[in-house]
Design a protein around this ligand. Structure first.
Ligand code: F6R
Length: 241
């Protein structure tokens, strides 16, 4: 696990986006695993600038997102599909047919999950971007999720719904379930970049960097991967040593 420590969110975003930019320059046909939430927004903004400067193109890039709420449409402004269009895809030259955000079709949850995992196995993600929850979740893999878990429908914890309510009018509007890549799907990516910024990530960063591997803390599975870069800022390092 390589740790890159930066002063603040902007520097973290630059360090992380440069990893993607350099990889895209080398291989414009890359398969990217992408995340939503507040952590990756700066990275996406930088990648949009890199695209506008003519440094990179997304024309031949394929993307697979980590997760999506269950029970809201793709057109819903809080859907992760909408988020990705708004924050990245609508601003670059990606072919929308190459964009994949999991979706749990009503009455076909099991099939939807199986199909997503099968496709991920087929394509093999080159770089997977991750944020981390205060409780160590990656994607929506909450504590106690098996490291062997593949794409599944998860019941969101109250803590996660509480953390995400800032994006909705009230806690009641936050969906109770999500479809998410499982830890096993995430671990199949060739490279993983995790970004964690701000004081509210300090506890999670401390636990991640302790090296302990336990299903109580899902992100600790990353210690079993041989190419993980963790990008953290000073605030997130507050509880270290
Ligand atoms: C998002 C995702 C989540 C977030 C995590 C951190 O696709 O899978 O695991 O990465 O909840 O969220 P932020 O970045 O908003 O702190």
């Amino acid at each position: 696990m390589l740790v890159i420590r930066c002063k603040n969110y902007d520097e973290c975003s630059k360090a992380a986006s440069d990893i993607f930019k350099n990889a895209l320059k080398e291989n414009p046909n890359m398969i990217l695993g992408l995340a939503t939430g507040s952590s990756p927004i700066g990275i996406y903004q930088n990648l949009i600038k890199d695209y506008e400067n003519g440094e990179i193109s997304f024309k031949n890039v394929r993307t697979y997102n980590l997760d999506e709420y269950v029970g809201i449409t793709r057109e819903h402004p809080q859907s992760y599909y909408y988020f990705m269009n708004d924050n990245l895809f609508n601003h670059v030259d990606i072919n929308k047919e190459n964009v994949h955000v999991p979706f749990a079709y009503e009455g076909k949850y099991e099939e939807s999950c199986k199909a997503y995992t099968e496709e991920l196995k087929k394509v093999s993600v080159d770089i997977q971007l991750l944020g981390i929850g205060a409780n160590g979740h990656i994607g929506f893999n909450e504590p106690k999720t098996s490291f062997d878990q593949e794409t599944f429908i998860v019941t969101l914890t109250e803590k996660t719904r509480e953390d995400n309510k800032r994006f909705f009018n009230s806690i009641d509007e936050v969906p109770t379930h999500a479809i998410t890549m499982g830890i096993a799907d995430i671990m199949r990516a060739k490279k993983i970049v995790l970004i964690a910024c701000g004081e509210n990530k300090a506890e999670a960063v401390k636990r991640l960097l302790s090296g302990e591997i336990t299903t109580d803390f899902p992100a600790s599975a990353l210690h079993n991967h041989n190419d993980v870069v963790v990008v953290i800022d000073d605030a997130a390092c507050k509880l270290l040593d």
